[in-house]
Design a protein around this ligand. Structure first.
Ligand code: DX5
Ligand code: ZN
Length: 235
């Protein structure tokens, strides 16, 4: 089993591979997580509340139980309204990174501070229809930025290459300010799309269908990692 790299600095551009259990068998989540141990860096957990997005998935009790089943860091993606109320619970449950949506949050800097105080990294997600420019000023206050490369809400959608302009904008700002921020892409990431996302500047990659739709999820992770490493621009 390879070492798990929970966080790396900007001088280490090694890609993070974060399989999304949204595409796994919900009756066997512990097995799904064990299947990627040693091959993935983070487990991406999609929390949807049937308000912020139409879909409804899993919540805090499942995260609390699953947290005890693995050592892989959890990357919790909250697609929920009122993240101020709910996000800290995920940090307290031991999530490594807790990402909330810019569209759902009145004061992202304050919430990021709360999450950090609770012991987690703080992530800011930008959905398909939201421009990134107004949020570039907030980068010094967060640890991860998640650019949706689909409309948030469902797995298995088609990757939208036009979203990569946002990735380029964020990467430019991270470089210009020498920030220690991970830049994550989420939605339709697979063997045929991960390289363009890496070239645009992403260094963390969520993949649901491409990992759990594969016969061998660990092998799918290794393949995605190799492609991302090859395409990473070492600037
Ligand atoms: C969708 C979720 C994604 C989803 C990605 O709103 O945020 O994390 O699981 O699934 P794929 O990789 O199948 O597009
Ligand atoms: Zn997600």
């Amino acid at each position: 089993m390879t070492a798990i790299r929970p966080y790396t600095s900007p001088v280490d551009p090694s890609p993070i591979i974060a399989p999304s259990i949204l595409a796994a068998d919900f009756a066997h989540l512990a097995t799904a997580v064990h299947d990627i141990e040693g091959a993935a860096d983070w487990v991406h957990v999609d929390v949807m509340d049937n308000h912020f997005v139409p879909n409804l998935t899993i919540g805090l009790p499942v995260v609390q139980s699953l947290r005890k089943a693995t050592v892989i860091p959890f990357d919790v993606h909250l697609m929920i309204t009122d993240p101020e109320r709910w996000a800290p619970g995920y940090a307290e449950a031991g999530a490594y990174n807790v990402t909330f949506h810019a569209e759902a949050c009145e004061n992202p800097v304050a919430l990021a501070g709360t999450l950090r105080a609770a012991g987690a990294k703080a992530g800011l997600a930008i959905d398909r229809d939201t421009p990134v420019e107004p949020y570039l000023e907030l980068l010094p206050y967060v640890d991860t930025v998640l650019i949706m490369t689909i409309k948030a809400g469902f797995g298995g959608q088609k990757f939208m290459p036009e979203m990569l302009e946002k990735v380029r904008d964020v990467r430019r700002r991270i470089r210009a300010k020498n920030l220690e921020v991970r830049l994550e892409v989420d939605g339709g990431i697979a063997a045929d799309t991960i390289e363009q996302a890496a070239e645009a500047g992403a260094d963390a990659f969520v993949a649901g269908t491409a990992v759990y739709g594969a016969d061998d999820p660990a092998e799918a992770c290794r393949k995605l990692r190799a492609l991302a490493e090859r395409a990473t621009v070492h600037a």
